[in-house]
Design a protein around this ligand. Structure first.
Ligand SMILES: Nc1ncnc2c1ncn2[C@@H]1O[C@H](COP(=O)(O)OP(=O)(O)OP(=O)(O)O)[C@@H](O)[C@H]1O
Ligand SMILES: [Mg+2]
Length: 503
């Protein structure tokens, strides 16, 4: 293989403990002030049998003229900078420390088993090799952006990115929702032949509503129409007759076994009497009139049923009918921004999560991805926190992937997110995050992440993410691409918002 000369970056040197199997250092070529190598960049060393693929962890600049503080100070105090007397520039050089990620051996990734030789030339990793090393898919992959410091497109296959649950974590404003939009664009533009996934987005702030008018043309796809349905949370209706006593109890945080048993009896009575057409207030009426129920239990059940009824979320029939709205390639936006009450958002989420898994298990709906924004509000870590859908989401997290009932959880407070759920997310996209508790939590919950990558998370730019997990061979930094469809009428800054209202 012939390499262009500019691909050459430096030469491996000896330090006290390197080169060893996992690390090597190289002195960077080029003029003193030229930046040819960047931290985080992939580099490689060719040996006779394999290509060693490594990543630059750190860059150290040295200059022997500046090694002795007394001497430098002496020249300084004489008013003669060292630079004006001695050829300091010529003695400045940069040492790059690189960590070996794997060997590329005739189309296969193998674990490192020997050390690179001192004196070996270090080169930029060839993009084709890098793409194959990272298991990217050039043809049918999801075009999410480009690798940081490289021009190579980041195109993981849908299997690698989404066939297990995905967590998108970062502090506020780092680019999580923007990335979700890019991901949705990619899923929407897939063809039948490439394989299409049904997607449901629980849109807590209504920030994806703009997608409802998206056209195939905007996404650059020619064949066929894209299908998007926008459902307002206030139109949502949970069918009471299809709920069992256990099902109803999931919407209430602390129903006892005895109360569930009594409720079960009342429900079977209601089924007999009204042929599957009854509401929560009908159930409350039946409970009131049932003399076999203890007075305290009766009051508790009635007040729960009435409280639930007052949310306005329950009715006789299901709206929408989930089994009919889920189809391959279709995006369903459930807009929860109408609700101020977190409880209502939680009830809808809880119902959706359990119903979608149930329908998928029975193969009545296609494989789907359920995107949950602000996931820490729906499946928090603290057991004492009231979170109605936690159990349902944890069930999908544990059992869903066998049926391709997949989760994409988005959160700005990873530390508050259920560890049960987070540890089931085989893939994570981590954007900028500076909170030390969140960082520690991310480090603990994802196996593949090394210390140096974790440290880099604090320095990521907006729209830049670290992908870890099964989607990539090694933790990989990616600049997410611009979206194709921009939302209109969004107020971006405070100054714009105050100018608009101050008329
Ligand atoms: N890949 C990107 N390319 C260009 N701009 C981006 C990118 N990602 C994010 N931005 C910019 O950053 C802004 C904030 O991003 P986003 O809304 O995705 O943040 P977030 O992480 O979802 O925050 P929050 O937790 O508050 O919801 C976007 O409105 C956009 O202007
Ligand atoms: Mg967001």
């Amino acid at each position: 293989m012939v390499y262009p000369e500019d691909a050459r970056l430096g030469t491996v040197v000896c330090t006290e403990s390197t080169p060893n199997v996992l690390e090597f250092a190289f002195v960077v070529e080029g003029a003193a002030d030229e930046i040819t190598v960047r931290r985080g960049e992939f580099v490689s060393v060719m040996t006779e049998s394999v290509t060693v693929i490594a990543r630059v962890q750190d860059l150290v600049r040295t200059n022997r003229y500046y090694e002795h503080a007394e001497a430098v100070r002496e020249y300084q105090s004489r008013g003669e900078p060292l630079r004006s007397i001695l050829p300091t520039d010529r003695w400045q050089y940069t040492i790059a420390n690189a960590r070996v990620l794997g060997f590329w051996d005739k189309g296969r990734v193998v674990r490192p088993y020997f050390s690179v030789p001192p004196g070996a030339p270090v080169r930029r990793t060839e993009e084709q090799v890098l793409a194959r090393f990272l298991k990217l898919e050039t043809e049918n992959g999801l075009r999410l952006g480009r690798l940081s410091h490289h021009e190579l497109e980041f195109t993981p296959s849908i299997d690698r990115l989404l066939s297990k649950h995905l967590a998108i974590l970062a502090m506020s404003g780092a680019g999580k929702s923007y990335f979700v939009s890019v991901l949705l664009e990619e899923i929407l533009s897939r063809t039948k032949e490439q394989g299409r996934l049904a997607v449901v987005v629980l849109d807590v702030h209504g920030e994806y509503t703009y997608l409802k008018d998206a056209t195939a043309g905007q996404l650059g796809v020619s064949d066929g129409e894209i299908e998007i349905e926008h459902i307002r949370g206030s139109h949502f209706q949970i069918p009471v007759p299809s709920l069992s006593a256990e099902g109803l109890s999931t919407f209430v945080s602390d129903m006892s076994g005895i109360q569930i048993r009594d409720l079960r009896r009342v429900i079977s009575e209601a089924r007999k009497r009204s042929k599957e057409r009854y509401t929560l207030s009908d159930l409350a009426e039946l409970v009131r009139g049932d003399d076999s129920i203890n007075k305290n239990t009766k009051e508790a059940i009635v007040s729960w049923l009435i409280n639930l009824d007052e949310t306005g979320l329950f009715g006789i029939e299901a709206v929408p009918d989930l089994s009919s709205i889920m189809s391959p390639g279709k995006l369903t936006l459930i807009d929860l921004s109408d609700f101020i009450s977190l409880k209502k958002k939680q009830i809808v989420t809880s119902y959706l999560a359990s119903e979608l898994l149930f329908l998928r298990r029975q193969q009545r709906i296609p494989p789907f991805l359920l995107v949950i924004e602000e996931a820490h509000q729906f499946c928090p870590e603290g057991r004492h926190e009231l979170a109605i859908p936690r159990e349902q989401i944890e069930t999908i997290a544990r059992e869903g992937r066998k049926f391709f009932a997949l989760l994409c959880l988005v959160s700005q407070r990873p530390v508050k997110l259920s560890t049960t759920v987070l540890s089931q997310c085989s893939n994570q996209a981590v954007f900028r995050c500076t909170n030390p508790y969140d960082l520690e939590h991310i480090g603990k919950s994802s196996e593949g992440i090394d210390r140096s990558s974790l440290d880099s998370i604090t320095t990521l730019e907006v729209g830049e993410a670290l992908f870890v997990g099964e989607v990539v061979t090694v933790p990989t930094f990616v600049r997410i691409r611009r979206r194709k469809i921009e939302p209109t009428g969004v107020i971006g800054s405070l100054s714009e918002a105050i100018r608009r209202t101050d008329k």
